[in-house]
Ligand binder design. Structure first.
Ligand code: PDD
Length: 282
């Protein structure tokens, strides 16, 4: 595949990065994943805004405009022949001559982007939709989960824990037994037709799929959505549990800690939400 590194496009096997790059040594960087279906990007502007915000929070001054990002992303999609692609964007602080914790001065940030195939967009059809089995564990990541840091070991370890037990996500809860998110998605619980999801704070990533979904639900449905702390007891007693992320869209969970969620089948509220998401996401 064709990738973008610093200033140019090249085949992936020709992309070379210094072993002194702080992205490699410290996980010192910010990333994004933007889904594209048949060449159409979902949530381009909010994805770039979140990345710019993250770069600002960690003091990386790249100075790229949204237009510059758009140009790189659109060219990358074109060079990889479109279709259904996730576009991965990564900015690290850059390569220094020594390994020193302090932010170095006068280093140039490293910009890397590649495209990878993603499944076709979800359709609001219970018979073809991928379902998820999840378990749960205490959220042992850091207290800056709103930053989309490339340092993902905490997330990777949580995901692996569920994966090793035959699950395809792990739900995380804080010391107060409140749901935060999953290792790579935001989480929703549905009870008696009401959707609840944890509020945006330092414990979760402000997901772009979450942003789009909540916006569409408010505008195009009469469903009630509550952004508030959600207890693990509520998760256990939910009629439906959903996950959202750029590659999953709205994904139904049918098993939680080895027990069926609701009646163990994809729920009716999911069907409404995914159909609204499917028709409005661009
Ligand atoms: N994951 N929470 C976490 C911890 C995530 O890593 C992600 C995204 C989300 C959902 O955010 P969005 O809707 O903007 O994709 C929530 C990406 C896709 C990843 O790491 O591959």
């Amino acid at each position: 595949s064709i990738v973008f590194l610093n200033d140019s496009f090249m085949p992936m096997d020709q992309a070379k990065i210094s072993p002194m790059d702080r992205g490699f040594l410290f996980g010192d960087g910010i990333y994004e994943v933007i889904p594209t279906y048949n060449g159409k990007m979902v949530g381009f502007a909010p994805h770039i805004a979140r990345m710019q915000e993250g770069l600002g929070l960690i003091g990386i001054n790249l100075g790229w405009t949204e237009a510059k990002w758009r140009d790189v992303v659109e060219t990358l999609i074109e060079k990889n022949d479109g279709g259904n692609l996730g576009v991965y964007l990564h900015v690290s602080r850059g390569a220094d001559v020594k390994r020193s914790h302090a932010y170095p001065e006068n280093v140039t940030p490293t910009v890397y982007a590649f495209a990878f195939e993603i499944p076709p967009a979800n359709v609001a059809d219970k018979s073809v939709t991928k379902t998820y089995k999840v378990n749960s564990t205490e959220d042992l990541r850091w207290k800056r989960c709103h930053i989309k840091s490339t340092a993902l070991l905490g997330n990777v370890m949580h995901y692996q824990q569920g994966f090793a037990e035959g699950c395809n996500e792990t739900l995380l809860f804080n010391a107060n037994n409140e749901l935060t998110e999953a290792s790579a998605c935001n989480v929703y619980v549905i009870k008696d037709g009401v959707i609840a999801t944890p509020p945006l704070d330092n414990q979760i990533l402000p997901g772009i799929t979450r942003l789009i979904l909540l916006d569409l639900l408010a505008k195009e449905s009469s469903l009630k959505v509550e952004e508030r702390p959600v207890t693990m007891e509520e998760v256990e007693n939910a009629d439906e549990i959903w996950l959202t992320s750029s590659s999953k869209e709205v994904a139904p969970v049918i098993e939680f800690n080895g027990k069926a969620v609701g009646n163990g089948e994809i729920g009716d509220v999911w069907l409404i939400a995914q159909s609204i998401f499917s028709s409005g996401k661009y």
